[in-house]
Design a protein around this ligand. Structure first.
Ligand code: GLA
Length: 380
């Protein structure tokens, strides 16, 4: 690769607790990790954006000063999305020439938010725009929702933009208040295991948006039974209704909607407990909550694939794993776990054997990685 003047590292994220609740304004937790996306670039004198990728084929070119057009259906859409969301606030005149690459080829760690954040930071730099990490997070999130079309919440962008090494990020997706909670002095060392199933699929083709709509329908039903005036569905969130209201009406609603709400309210409690577990250095407790979160994802939220469930089940019987769950939306990709670093070798061996005994077809694509928590996206 040629030499570039600037280099942004934008990490992937893992969410240990607080899954599928960000889009309903719930509480989430997570980490930025030391694997992610690197964007190398130079600032141009003209308004062209010229990009290459070491991961995807093809060359992307567009004019950053022109109005945003519709998606083109290629990897360049993430750069176009970043331009779209920035253009709503700033005048963009200068483009970049750059190359992007990912450090590990894994689905489920939110590479889409990582690349969006890298492009937002690069285009801002090229155009002399100063931004706090919090604003980068909001702009990247708008790009993903409004341009890419995924109705997700702020979990991914928050971990990637705001994460801090050895700190657990806790974000309240209703108020957008967040805390970075340091690793307690008495907490044992830990690392994050990533067990990549070998299965890749874009979230845009999964049931992700359907689940979001089901959650909103559950909130609507509770509000309707309570005679609370309804708002448009896009402005309706499970966080707006209380668990006690839900309990009064749950048996009247079609069970699938009740299960989505059950996930939301139980996850809310787990995150609150998880924060105490983390603050007191109790990784066993934190890990068991992460496992309970995965169980609820399987049974109440009904995501996951047979592959991810097999990895999760293998994790339950492997020594050295405090806990873990599907990573991200859980429709594809990976399971993540909090692990004892002294047992990594044995963990890799056991999970690989157990998984491949069930799914031998992934012999060449199943991968195990171990990583550490890290700081959020930054210039290197
Ligand atoms: C994906 C979405 C996030 C979040 C998680 C599930 O990663 O992009 O907003 O909803 O799934 O917790």
């Amino acid at each position: 690769m040629k030499d570039y003047q600037y280099h942004i590292f934008s990490p992937y994220r893992v969410c240990t607790l607080g899954a599928h609740v960000d889009h309903q304004h719930g509480l989430v937790t997570g980490f930025a990790i030391d694997k992610g996306v690197d964007l190398f670039f130079d600032i141009r004198e003209d308004s062209n954006v010229v990009l290459d990728s070491e991961t995807f084929t093809g060359h992307v070119e567009f004019d950053i000063a022109m109005p945003s057009l519709v998606k083109q259906g290629d990897w360049g859409d993430y750069a176009r999305g970043a331009k779209f969301a920035l253009q709503k606030r700033f005048k963009l005149l200068k483009g970049i020439t750059g190359t992007i690459r990912g450090s590990i080829p894994v689905g489920g760690l939110s590479s889409s938010a990582a690349v969006l954040i890298a492009y937002v930071m690069a285009f801002a730099k090229a155009n002399g725009i100063q931004m706090e990490a919090f604003e980068v997070m909001k702009i990247a999130s708008e790009a993903e929702r409004e341009y890419i079309g995924l109705n997700n919440g702020l979990l991914d962008q928050a971990c990637i933009a705001l994460g801090k090494k050895d700190h657990l990020l806790m974000l309240d997706c209703e108020s957008n208040e967040y805390r970075l909670i340091p690793k307690a002095a008495n907490m044992p060392e830990f690392e994050l295991g990533i067990f990549f199933s070998g299965l890749t699929r874009s979230l845009m083709s999964s049931d992700y948006n359907l689940r979001v709509a089901e959650c909103k329908t559950a909130a609507w039903l509770v509000e309707a039974y309570e005679n609370i005036p309804l708002k448009e569905q896009s402005k309706t969130f499970l966080r707006d209704v209380s668990e006690s209201m839900f309990k009064i009406h749950r048996d009247k609603m079609p069970p699938r909607f009740a299960r989505r709400a059950e996930h939301f309210f139980s996850e809310h409690k787990r995150v609150r407990e998880g924060i105490t577990a983390w603050e007191t250095g109790n990784l066993e407790w934190f890990g068991s909550l992460s496992k309970a979160s995965c169980e609820s994802s399987i049974h109440n939220y009904e995501c996951g694939s047979p592959e991810l469930i097999a990895i999760y089940n293998a994790m339950l019987t492997t020594d050295g794993i405090y806990g873990g769950r599907f990573s991200g939306a859980g429709f594809k990709g990976a399971c993540i776990a909090i692990v004892d670093p002294t047992k990594k070798e044995q963990i890799e061996k056991e999970i690989t054997e157990k998984y491949l005994a069930k799914f031998p077809q992934y012999k060449n694509t199943f991968k195990v990685y171990f990583c550490k928590s890290d700081d959020g996206a930054r210039f290197q």
